[in-house]
Design a protein around this ligand. Structure first.
Ligand SMILES: [Zn+2]
Ligand SMILES: [Zn+2]
Length: 362
């Protein structure tokens, strides 16, 4: 991608020499994340380091094409060989205060977000909407468990691991917890499934369109509230009515919608926890700080996830595959020539998770 909102073009770069510790993978399946659409729209300009031209895409499963010297196993010590299916995380520096003292690589100040790096510079294969991707030497990597379809594993690499990370920050959910999920996109739906698997007392999902709310119901929501035919005040009133006037123990913001945060603050109970996941791009929202102060809310931002949450995301999908029909969110397949169409399908909510199938893997 050379310019924002322009149709994506297929280009060619030479395959890089594989450094010690790195892996070259052939992309088997990539899935589209809302962040790819935001990246295409230019929403990260001034928010995250962006250097065009970009190869968008950051959710994928690859097949090992070449292992750099010294690579014999994944980050868990499971042996890796050419031909194995793998997933991988962004490379972090391992040396900054956030990596070293905080042990929170998602906040690494030198984290390499491949899809925002310049594809014109070596190793070129930075994003996943491509035939190949370059897994940098310090990037976490995991062999995909047998029995986990590649489309599911791909979704685990961002959407599901982001939810794992968010639930870690949100704190425990138990049979006394009332959960509100704002948003019924992939993140909102997986957050719903995880709350259900954790045994939440009641789960209320706010979103749309109807087909997505139906998935939310199938995945464990007790109540769904459509955003298309309600006002913010009505939604707040409904949540309060459903919770005996108290509000929710935990509210997760997974919509990124303008005005969502003020609405979510009104839905949290006293001493409630509010975790923001959805608003990653630039944008300003008006909120009433007194709602945070007077109710003693804990408000946290949750950005992305690392290899630990990616591992747990894949395990979650494997363990709970009989309870949740993960295929319900898997959308149509698109070739590399039609990535623009896939982004449009995501943006227009036609597909929940469009799937990119590079020609080399068909
Ligand atoms: Zn770091
Ligand atoms: Zn993502």
């Amino acid at each position: 991608m050379s310019d924002y909102l322009e149709p994506l073009v297929v280009g060619e770069y030479p395959l890089p020499a594989v450094e010690p510790g790195a892996i070259l993978v052939r992309i088997e399946r990539a899935t589209v994340c809302g962040s790819d659409v935001h990246g295409w729209e230019g929403a990260y300009e001034g928010v995250l380091p962006v250097e065009k031209p970009l190869i968008l895409g950051h959710e994928a499963v690859g097949v090992v094409a070449e292992l750099g010297s010294g690579v014999a196993a994944d980050s868990l010590g499971i042996p890796l060989a050419v031909g194995d299916r793998v997933v991988w995380a962004s490379e972090t520096c391992g040396q900054c205060w956030e990596c070293t003292v905080l042990h929170t690589p998602t906040l690494c100040r030198d984290r390499r977000l491949g899809m925002l790096e310049p594809a014109s510079k070596s190793p070129h294969f930075t994003g996943t909407f491509a035939e190949y991707c370059y897994v940098r030497p310090r990037a976490g990597r995991l062999r995909v468990p047998d029995g986990l379809p590649s489309t599911w594993a791909s979704v685990a690499t961002c959407a599901v691991r982001t939810v794992v990370n968010a639930w870690d920050l949100a704190g425990p959910v138990d049979a006394d917890s009332i959960v509100v999920v704002q948003g019924s996109g992939p993140v909102g739906l997986f957050a719903t499934a995880m709350a259900r698997a954790a045994g939440a007392h009641r789960i209320i999902v706010i979103g749309g369109p109807r087909a997505r709310l139906d998935i939310a119901t199938a995945w464990g929501a007790d109540d769904v509230i459509g955003v298309e035919d309600t006002s913010a005040d009505e939604r707040v009133e409904t949540v309060l009515n459903l919770t005996d006037g108290a509000g929710a123990t935990v509210v997760l913001e997974a919509s990124g919608a303008p005005g969502a945060i003020e609405e979510g603050l009104s839905m949290a109970r006293r001493a409630g926890r509010y975790v923001l996941i959805g608003s990653t791009g630039k944008g300003i929202q008006t909120i009433s700080p007194y709602k945070i102060v007077n109710k003693g809310l804990q408000v946290r931002g949750s950005f992305s996830g690392d290899i630990d949450s990616m591992h747990r995301a894949m395990q979650f999908m494997l363990v709970h595959r009989a309870r949740f029909d993960w295929d319900a969110v898997i959308g149509s397949e698109y070739s590399l020539d039609s990535v623009t169409e896939a982004l449009e399908a995501m943006r227009s909510q036609r597909d929940i998770k469009p799937v990119i199938v590079p020609a080399a893997s068909t």
